[in-house]
Design a protein around this ligand. Structure first.
Ligand code: PEP
Length: 248
């Protein structure tokens, strides 16, 4: 099987006004030029998608070196869901990807595996790649149940018709997100190996949780790690680029 091209994705979360977001996207796109050794993706807040889409190439976005993604979507295509955005709307705004089931939504907003599964089905209905996030809490890791937890999340969160080309898994230990803490390389490798046996062959599995320019080469060099989902460090073009430059 050909080696999976790595993907470095930036999750900007609820950060950035128009001017900051445009400047950041422009700095990333300028460095990206036409192509790069890994695929690049930025996921700005909903309010910035249209502007950032223009920066990344407007109508030529599909061929751009940097792709655009949403941070969440509703499961329904349209309707009376105040404050929500559908997968079709993301697609219409130029997105190719959507992050689903991030721990800040699972643990902060009570999203369940069933919610994530319905949203993944919606993403595919709209032609988006679903980046499905999974990961154990600190207590679950200490109890020795990390593999069991992520395996159960996969079973509950993935629709039955999952296919590698429209799915990315992001393994993000909850305790590593935004904390500066990172699992050992052996722990990352173990979990990624375990995840791989539960997903379609060829699916990319990203690591996420306090990835930064200093630890990127080590993490991205691990055999089953197909890229990184980056939060804090994706808000600085130089740091995001340093991480991308560490791809295999
Ligand atoms: C994230 O929120 O997806 C994430 C990985 O954040 P950070 O890189 O800041 O830990």
């Amino acid at each position: 099987m050909p080696e999976r091209k790595q993907l470095v994705a930036g999750n900007w979360k609820m950060n950035g006004r128009r001017a900051d977001g445009i400047a950041l996207a422009r700095a990333i796109a300028e460095r990206a030029g036409g192509r790069h050794a890994c695929d690049l993706l930025v996921c700005p807040p909903f309010t910035l998608l249209a502007s950032i889409g223009e920066v990344l190439g407007g109508e030529a976005l599909a061929g751009s070196a940097v792709s655009l993604g949403g941070q969440d979507c509703h499961a329904a295509p349209a309707g009376a869901f105040t404050g929500s955005i559908s997968a079709e709307m993301l697609r219409d705004a130029g997105c190719s990807h959507v992050i689903l089931g991030h721990s800040e939504r699972r643990h902060g907003l009570g999203e369940t595996d069933a919610d994530v599964r319905a949203k993944a089905a919606a993403a595919w209905r709209a032609g988006l790649v679903a980046i499905v996030c999974i990961g154990e809490t600190r207590a679950e890791r200490e109890a020795g149940s990390a593999v069991a937890v992520v395996t159960a999340q996969l079973a509950g969160s993935l629709p039955e018709n999952a296919e590698a080309q429209r799915l990315v898994i992001a393994y993000e230990p909850v305790w590593a997100i935004g904390t500066g803490l990172v699992p050992t390389n052996a722990d990352i490798a173990d979990i990624h190996r375990a995840i791989r046996s539960h997903i379609p062959s060829g699916t990319r599995v990203l690591y996420g949780g306090s990835v930064n320019p200093k630890n990127a080469a080590e993490i991205l060099g691990l055999p089953d790690v197909d890229g990184a989902l980056v939060g804090g460090a994706s808000l600085k073009a130089e740091d995001f680029w340093a991480i991308a430059a560490a791809c295999r």
